[in-house]
Structure formats: structure tokens, C-alpha cells
Design a protein around this ligand. Sequence first.
Ligand code: ADP
Length: 446
Amino acid sequence: MTAAGRWCTRIVLTGVLPIVCLALLLAALHGAIWGWVVAASGLMLVVLLQTRRLALLAAWIDGPQQGEVPDSGGAWGEVFRKLSRKLRLDARALAEVEARLGSFSDAMDAVPDGLVVLSENHQVQWANRAAGEHLGIRLPRDGGAIIQQLVRAPGFAEYLSSPAGQPPFILLSPAARRRAYSLRAVPLGERNTLLVSLDVTDARRVEAMRSTFVANVSHELRTPLTVVSGFLEHFGDESAMSAEQRQQFVRLMSEQTRRMLSLVDDLLTLSRLEAEDAPASEEDIDMADLLAQLQAEAEGLSCGRHRLQFRCGGPGLRGNRHELHSAFGNLVSNAIRYTPAGGDIRVRWKLRAGVAVFSVRDSGVGIAAEHLPRLTERFYRVDRGRSRDTGGTGLGLAIVKHILLRHQAVLVIDSQPGVGSNFRAEFPEWRLRPQPSPALPAADEA
Ligand code: ADP
């Protein structure tokens, strides 16, 4: 309505009513017909104008209410203004509730556990994003669907219908994804249920590793213990044993005891390495000196059965000498143990393109490609018999890997069955230091 229109309406309403009253009075006192006519026309005009105002208000209520409330004078104007204020307040409250709901929903989507609200008959009412990842539930597509039809796993329907407080249901995802979820149903209010899903894949993997490890250790200890206890039984009846036999038994028993001791030593070393993230101390290592020490030990182990060659052409190295001695010593002793008599073993420390490499190359039995990725797993052996016969515990390369990791170094293995192996520990440049004493012949490029 234009401003002129509004003014006309006001003038008419304020002017017409006194005229109507006057006409009614005159018509009543003098019985003048024109009085009734004027009064009736005036009243009709007033009703028409009020109806028009109500029509305007109805149109405004139906509309988006972005504009101002239609301007009306008098009592209607007051009603319109109050209505407008109430609508404004309601709109603000609604916007606030929507904003809160939005941030609550964002928070629920950020929760790493899956959450699904189920009705009394297990229909999906609401679910967060993690529930989509764990159980494949997507809203609005699955809203109202029965959960047992979405999560099809043997035993799940029974779990949902069982009383509260049961141990969680473990859901294994399809084989390709190899994930495991723990599902727990919690009562929500009077009738609803909250289904919480937790990704327990890693926890189950760790648990499986732990129990495999315990089984392996028990097995490794059981074998020598069985041998020793068998021999001890014979010692009960000394008369049935010659002095020679007794000597042989004692030798075999001490061999088994040594085996158990080295297994326990390796286990302790591994657990210590796992307990700490970094070596307790580091120093500048004279690599020529360390290689000389390794060479002396290798000669003792080989007893002249192999051609050994040690070369030091690299710089000094920053690290924990005790740990690196143990890692390098493991690689050298493996080369000796897995190389038949007459074979070659070459140990090098050299610098190539900014990377310092400690390498042990042998002409031994070699390793087939499919075993290479698993060699550093605890107790993984290519040839169990050979490992045992040569005093192996199956933990050597696991220890090497841990020690190298603590020195930000990587272990690279090349090998060919029947030809030999090359184990290389590669160190980052920032660990290198000037080498104080080039005591061993420099490495050639071989
Ligand atoms: P082990 O005590 O059995 O030697 P390791 O962890 O040191 O345990 O080595 C794991 C396996 O890797 C060994 O059992 C062996 O099969 C293989 N291996 C390690 N070094 C060599 C090598 N130089 N030549 C051939 N095979 C090797």
C-alpha cells in the first residue's frame, strides 16, 4: 500500500465513524431514512477497509516476512506490530537452534567411533559419519531401514535382541578390507538403542602378534629344555652309562643351555630396544676401529673356513657404538653362518652419493625373493634346520632392524638363491663425522 493510500485509509476510518454515529442518532431521533442510509454506507466502508487490512496481514504472514509489517493505524496496528516482533524473535531462536544442531552434528561426525540411534524395532533413526565407514549406513538413504538388514553378520540379530550388558559383538568386514569392529548396544532413553562401533583392527592385530610371539618363545625354549631333561633322566642311572657317553651328554646339554641363553639374551635386547625410542647415549664412532673389532670376531667365528675381506673407506659415524656393533656383528655372523666353507665374505664401510653404507656381501646359500619382505620378523627363518644348527635364534635381523631404525638408517637386502646375499645398512648424511683413523684398507668400488 502506498503512503497516500495509508493516509486515505486513516482519514476515512477516523472521519467516517463520527459521521456514522451522527447519522444513526438523527435516524433514531427523527426517523430520517437518509440517516439510516448514511449510517449503513459508512459502516460498510469501515468493514471494507478493515477486511482489506486483514487481507494485507494474511498476505504478509504467508509471505517470506522479510519486509516490514503492513502499516496500520489504531488497534490493528498494535496487533500487527506485536505479531511482527514475535515472528522476529521466533526466527532468531530457530536460527540459533539450527546453528547449534549443525555444530552438534559436525562434532558427532568428527567422533572416530560409529554411532547409530535405533528405534524400538531397530530402525535406523540417525547415524554419524564413522557409522558409514564401519557399517555402511548412509543417511538419508538408510533412515528407517532395519539395522539387521543393513548389517548382515551371523549372530548380530541375536546380539541386538539379547539383554543389555553383553560383551561386544565383533564384526569382521569383508575379507578384502580385513577390518574388525566391536559393536556395543546401549539403551537410550525408554525405548531407543544407541549402537556404538569401534575399530579394533589394530588392537586385534597386536594381540595376535603378542600371542604368536609367546607361542614362538615357548616353542623355542621347549625344544632345548626337552633335550636337557631327557639327558638328565639318563644321569639318574650312571651305571648304565660309559664315561665317554657321559662326556657327550654333558657337551650336548651345555650346547642346548647356550642356545637358551642366547635366546634369552636376544629377547632381552629386543624388549630393551622396544622400550626406548632412542639410544641412551650417542658418540662419534671410529668406524675403522669398529670394523677391526668386527673382523677379529668374524675370524674367530669362521675359524679359517671363509675368505674374509674388510674395507673401511667411509667417514666416522654418530651413534650408539654398543648397538651398532651388535647390528653389524649380526649381519657379519649371518654371512658366516649361511655361507658354506670356502665362500667369500666382504664387509665394506663406504660413502656413496651422500649416503654412508655398511655392507656385508657373501657367496652363501642366498634367499628366494618371496622371503625377503619377512626376514626381519621375529622368528622368521627361511631354513629352520640350518638356523638352529648354526646357533640362530631367529631374532638377529629383528634386532638389526630396530637398531637401524633408532639411527634413522634403512636395511636393504639383495639376494639370489645359490649365488649369495648383500645386506646393506644405509645411514643419512647428517650422522656422518670426520673419520679419525683410517686403520683398514680403503673400500674399492666393488
Ligand atoms: P637366525 O638366527 O635364524 O639367523 P636372523 O633373524 O638373523 O635369524 O635371520 C632370519 C633368517 O634370514 C635366517 O633364518 C636365514 O634364513 C635368513 N638369513 C639371514 N642372513 C642370511 C644370509 N646372509 N644368507 C642367507 N640367509 C640369511
